[in-house]
Ligand binder design. Structure first.
Ligand SMILES: NC(=O)c1ccc[n+]([C@@H]2O[C@H](COP(=O)([O-])OP(=O)(O)OC[C@H]3O[C@@H](n4cnc5c(N)ncnc54)[C@H](OP(=O)(O)O)[C@@H]3O)[C@@H](O)[C@H]2O)c1
Length: 327
């Protein structure tokens, strides 16, 4: 049972990670406030019993802390949208969160960073701000802890990046072994840290539910969804190398040297951490809104050559969009 005073403010609360973190914290009994810039986000948050604070987390966290009265802050910075693919801007957003926490006398600040923050290759632009924010937080003198999530299972259902989860199919940028976590488990890990600050202050917990390749994940979806699942690369390797340089180098890093995060270590702290099978059950929806579990309508067969044509067109279009956004 959580004490009445345990009010938490979450940034990026409507995002993939923030939203599921909010859910996990609410499920654990915390009183959760979430930052969103607009009323639509507020409605989404209210539906999961999160109190919305309408603010822009990149520059208005003092206002959000004052409005919520929260003395605990869980913050994540968004490289892709809010920082517009610029590590320097993402670092400024992180600094803003730390400075705001310090000024408001927040008693425990948790930053959702990334696993092995300082070990990623320089080509991984979207990870470059993370070790800098970690260092700034450490130097600030405030009471903090860190979470180091690995790749989100949510990447399997990412319509915004042309990879919607479709019945009978599973696509990803990498077919090799990748460390995965459910974003809900990032929230569970935050709850663990908020509840035992004496154990976690100044420390980092890597969030990792499973090391798995695409075939293993496809088999998990097959088991949960009840239909055969074809798996494959979301785009050819040459296109990944050419247009998604940062993610390409991330995939190479997974192959060698690999990551230090371990599911067995994480499960010591979050025993119910999800693997792919558990995540598909938890997520329980295809991108078109149909449920995964108990869905008895077979996937549409479609015309094979049409399917290949559409897949190729999507791969080329998504590559171009990424390319334009990042240059
Ligand atoms: N994907 C992975 O596997 C993975 C793994 C580890 C770490 N990460 C890190 O996770 C971060 C992205 O998190 P996510 O996927 O949860 O993000 P997301 O789903 O894209 O959510 C972005 C959030 O940022 C807010 N936002 C968007 N544009 C904004 C703007 N211009 N100004 C202010 N706020 C804005 C949105 O809030 P409103 O629109 O409601 O205001 C939303 O809540 C990245 O920094 C990435 O490095 C990702």
């Amino acid at each position: 049972m959580v004490a009445e005073k345990d009010v938490i403010l979450v940034t990026c609360a409507t995002g993939k990670a923030g939203f599921e973190c909010c859910k996990a914290l609410v499920d654990d009994g915390f009183d959760v406030y979430g930052c969103t810039r607009n009323a639509a986000g507020g409605k989404k948050l209210a539906a999961i019993n999160v109190k919305p604070v309408v603010c822009n987390y990149t520059c208005e966290i003092p206002k959000a802390l004052a409005e919520s009265g929260a003395k605990r802050l869980l913050f994540i910075t968004d490289f892709f949208r809010a920082a517009k693919n610029k590590a320097e801007v993402e670092f400024e957003h992180g600094k803003h969160a730390v400075d705001a926490a310090k000024a408001a006398g927040v008693v425990h600040t948790i930053f959702i960073s990334v696993n092995d923050a300082d070990k990623w290759p320089a080509e991984c632009d979207h990870l470059l701000a993370k070790p800098r924010v970690e260092a700034y937080l450490k130097a600030s003198g405030i009471r903090y802890s860190l979470l180091g999530p690995v790749a989100f299972f949510e990447n399997f259902d990412d319509s915004a990046n042309f990879n919607p989860l479709t019945k009978g199919k599973l696509y990803f940028l990498d077919e090799g072994t990748v460390p995965f976590c459910a974003t809900y488990d990032i929230g569970r890990a935050a709850a663990v840290q908020f509840k035992s600050p004496e154990r976690w202050l100044g420390k980092k917990l890597d969030v990792c539910g499973q090391l798995a390749d695409l075939q293993t994940c496809a088999a998990a979806l097959e088991k949960v969804g009840g239909f055969p699942v074809k798996s494959g690369l979301a785009m050819p390797i040459w296109a990944r190398r050419l247009f998604l340089r940062d993610l390409h180098y991330m995939c190479l890093h997974y192959m060698s040297p690999g990551v230090s995060a371990s599911p067995s270590e994480f499960k010591k702290h979050v025993p119910g951490a999800m693997d792919a099978e558990a995540w598909f059950r938890h997520h329980n929806r295809y991108a078109n809104g149909e449920p995964i579990v108990g869905n008895t309508t077979p996937p549409s067969k479609g015309n094979m050559s049409a399917t290949i044509g559409i897949a190729l067109a999507v791969a080329v279009a998504s590559s171009l969009v990424y390319y334009v956004n990042r240059h």
